[in-house]
Design a protein around this ligand. Structure first.
Ligand SMILES: O=C(O)C1=C[C@@H](OP(=O)(O)O)[C@@H](O)[C@H](O)C1
Ligand SMILES: C=C(OP(=O)(O)O)C(=O)O
Length: 404
């Protein structure tokens, strides 16, 4: 196993970084481009997950392996269900075969799709026979993963009568659903969202247009963490928009409470550490709308030595790994005290951080990137560092650029 040893960083973090396009926006636009070929995309993500997505969409192969890419797995399930006369096996990594997909498969089946579970009921791999979906109403549980809903919304305008989707119970990761709807709206698809019901109108073609993907806010979180852990630091990251489609743009508010001040300079974000920490803010922070930054935030709090109680984390258990367990294991190796439930993480105040600990990454890019900034406190090692390529292939080059 490869191990990346990072010496303690002794200098103030300074520099500028260009981050690749949002993985979430890219994966949506790639699907839409198949339906509407006169859609052009700029600043597409160079993540493994987006490359796998594009390969899958343009492949002639009968079996497609999507690796660890959750959004791709979920979006492609709907895509291949409506691709008439196609016959495909959609599979993934060992972990992917344990990430549930039954809610989406049931919804698609209600619409008229032909999908079979090949191994374990409710999980990939799937055998999908593409055909014309004839129904246009579904009721769906929205609290397990928003990706099922986005997946259905992406095919919605291609259905003869569009789609009427009604939520049962609460919905999670709502900003990702809004992102899907906003992108549909940008290409001219009409929709309404009233109370617990979304209605999407059909659209057979769009006017030619180019959409520029904003850079990835989840990837930006690691620079917020570096900035919070490095007094007097100043980091410039690009290219971002003030009105973002990405829910993780909430980072600007959250990290303000960890002493990071954000200003916009054209399309760049300038992060500066002003040392003003508001510990109380982290005594109860709900992250159901921004689950991908939970790891970054808990590690930053640990590095600063403050308590945090994070809620709304129920989706973390079914991501690249069980992120709640992974965080507890690794923070405790470093000397932290962490209590978890199925939806919360409580990090107690811990003052001393153990040196030279080797962090396990569990095939999870965000474990590697979230723990790396702790090198501002102690020498640390990251196991299997190349996992970062799932969302951010040049992470280590960029990290070195501003820390060495
Ligand atoms: O739609 C998307 O692009 C995503 C939705 C979220 O998943 P959940 O809705 O499963 O929380 C998020 O964690 C994931 O990284 C990307
Ligand atoms: C959860 C993530 O991705 P996915 O679900 O697409 O595998 C992520 O990137 O943090």
């Amino acid at each position: 196993m490869e191990l990346l040893k990072i010496d303690k960083i002794n200098r103030v973090v300074k520099g500028s970084i260009k981050i690749t396009g949002s993985k979430s926006e890219s994966n949506r636009l790639l699907v839409l481009q198949q339906f509407y070929p006169n859609l052009r995309i700029e600043n597409l993500s160079n993540s493994d997950d987006s490359k796998l997505m594009l390969q899958a969409l343009t492949s002639n192969s009968k079996e497609i392996n999507i690796g660890h890419a959750g959004t791709a797995m979920r979006f492609l399930t709907s895509y291949f269900s409506v691709k008439e006369n196609s016959e495909i096996v959609l599979t993934g990594s060992h972990r992917m075969k344990n990430r549930p997909i039954e809610i989406l498969v049931d919804a698609l089946t209600t619409l008229g799709a032909n999908i079979k579970f090949i191994e374990k009921e409710g999980f990939p791999p799937l055998k999908i026979l593409g055909n014309k979906l004839t129904n246009n109403f579904i009721e769906i549980d929205g609290n397990v993963s928003s990706q099922y809903i986005s997946s259905l919304l992406l095919i919605a305008p291609t259905l003869k009568n569009g789609l009427r989707l009604k939520f049962k119970g609460n919905i999670t990761s709502v900003p990702y659903i809004k992102m899907t709807l906003q992108l549909l709206s940008e290409i001219g698809v009409k929709y309404t969202w009233i109370d617990d019901q979304i209605v999407v109108e059909p659209k057979t073609e769009i006017d030619g247009q180019t959409i520029t993907v904003e850079s990835d806010w989840s990837s930006a979180s690691y620079y917020y963490s570096l900035c919070a852990l490095s007094p007097n630091s100043e980091i410039e990251i690009s290219s971002f928009k003030k009105e973002s489609l990405q829910g993780d743009a909430i980072l600007t508010d959250i990290y303000k409470n960890l002493g990071v001040e954000t200003t916009f300079k054209n399309t760049s974000l300038i992060l500066k550490n002003n040392g003003e920490i508001n510990k109380d803010y982290f005594k109860n922070l709900d992250l159901k709308n921004a689950p991908d930054i939970a790891q970054t935030i808990s590690v930053t709090c640990f590095g600063i030595g403050i308590e945090c109680f994070l809620t709304g984390l129920h989706t973390l258990k079914i991501k690249e790994t069980d992120r709640l367990v992974a965080l507890k294991n690794e923070l405790e190796k470093l000397g932290g005290h962490v209590e978890i439930t199925n939806q919360t993480l409580h990090l107690k105040k811990s003052l001393k951080i153990k040196r030279d600990i080797s962090i396990k990454t569990y095939d999870d890019h965000r474990m590697a990137m979230a723990f790396a900034p702790l090198a501002l406190r102690v020498p640390i090692s990251i196991e299997d560092p190349n996992v970062v390529s799932k969302s951010y292939p040049t992470f280590w080059d960029d990290f070195k650029k501003i820390t060495l």
